[in-house]
Design a protein around this ligand. Structure first.
Ligand SMILES: Cc1ncc(COP(=O)(O)O)c(C=O)c1O
Length: 377
């Protein structure tokens, strides 16, 4: 069977597993705010979905996204999730001979998009306690050349959960400016950070901010996000986007409602997900050989190192799968470091986290006996 079929069946099986506890994709499984649910139901009742939405997004949503980011002079293109925004940027701005620079680990799909347009990819290794699991300006400076077209920074980083300071972001954007590169700032997880600095503050002319509603608002299955950049650049990206017929109208109504209740919703979500982080931290400390790489995480997940416990990430995932719990193997993010860790999301009901924590010691034991876990993606 072809790989894409195997992968699809894997996710279809997960999706159709009743009561599966999703810890594997950083999605948000807290109950939706009533105003967001109401907005979707009202949209369905009004049968708005017969029409295409405006191509760059509902004006109200575009305005609210800009307000949320605090970027006054930028333009917004609403997209089918952050991933469509990334696809458009990477495919449009990369070309044969251009270089795409990013971190390892990071999020792999934009690399694929840039390579599909002929770019060569440079991944800068950042996994390791010795450098605080973060990119340094010196590393970035050494990696870029006058061929660098895109510097792609996932910040907070998926999977590590580190978030960069204003001084670091300023240094990175200074490097980008020197070589004339676009700074693709993937801020999908910014709402979980104690403090987040937009590259667009320092380098408005060539920064592109990637925005998602999947994680903070819990709309992953509704596919809604955006890209934000200076108007001339958005004009270029709006010429031949993957979807020029407007994004899902129900999703846009949900996103508008979410931004309107964000002040009330987000602090509670963060209190709850940090509580889950703390519980996982305690449970991990009790199992010999397990360790959390970055704590607290500035995103809604934790990297749990399992290499010294003598279990492979794949075996641990397989052990948990048998209990109706999905966690993610590190190799999804990085072939180089993926054998060291699993990733566990924290925007889930407390009862799920408590169940995972209670089972953790037994699952490590069970994983030691699993020699051939099936294919994971
Ligand atoms: C770093 C990063 N960017 C983008 C996405 C995709 O976000 P969306 O669901 O908005 O397409 C993900 C999803 O996990 C991600 O981790």
């Amino acid at each position: 069977m072809r790989t894409f079929e195997v992968r699809n069946r894997h996710f279809d099986r997960l999706f159709n597993t009743p009561n599966l506890m999703w810890f594997g994709q950083n999605t948000n499984h807290f109950r939706t705010h009533p105003a967001v649910r109401r907005a979707m139901l009202d949209s369905i009742d009004a049968e708005e979905f017969h029409a295409y939405a405006p191509p760059a997004g509902l004006e109200e949503l575009r305005t609210l996204i800009l307000q949320d980011l605090g970027l006054a002079d930028a333009a917004v293109l609403v997209t089918d999730g952050a991933v469509e925004a990334l696809y458009n940027v990477c495919r449009t701005l990369s070309e044969p001979g251009s270089q795409f620079v990013t971190t390892d680990p990071g999020w792999k799909w934009p690399m694929q998009f840039a390579m599909a347009s002929g770019a060569t990819v440079t991944e800068i290794p950042i996994y390791g306690a010795e450098n605080g699991y973060r990119l340094s300006a010196a590393q970035l400076k050494a990696a870029v050349t006058d061929k660098t077209r895109i510097i792609y920074l996932v910040d907070p980083n998926n999977p590590l959960g580190v978030c960069y300071t204003p001084a670091e972001i300023r240094a990175f954007t200074d490097i980008a400016r020197k070589v004339g590169a676009y700074f693709l700032h993937d801020a999908t997880y910014r709402h979980f950070a104690d403090e987040h600095t937009l590259a667009a503050r320092f380098y408005p002319e060539r920064s592109i901010t990637i925005y998602s509603f999947s994680k903070w608002l819990g709309l992953a299955g509704l596919r809604i996000g955006a890209l934000v950049a200076q108007p001339d650049l958005v004009e270029r990206l709006a010429v031949a986007p993957p979807n020029n017929l407007g994004c899902n109208v129900i999703s846009q109504r949900a996103a508008i409602a979410g931004l309107k209740v964000k002040q009330e919703w987000l602090p509670d979500i963060n209190r709850r997900q940090r509580r889950n982080q703390a519980e996982i931290h305690k449970a991990v400390a009790k199992v010999s050989g397990l360790k959390i790489a970055v704590y607290p995480s500035q995103a809604n997940f934790l990297v749990v190192e399992c290499i010294e416990a003598g279990v492979t990430p794949e075996a641990l995932c397989e052990a948990f799968r048998g209990e109706g719990i999905m966690i993610r193997q590190g190799s999804y993010h990085t072939p180089r470091f993926g054998h060291r860790f699993v990733k566990i999301a924290t925007t889930v009901p407390e009862a799920w986290t408590d169940a995972l924590c209670a089972k953790l010691p037994a699952m490590v034991g069970k994983a030691r006996g699993i020699k051939n876990p099936g294919a994971l993606f």
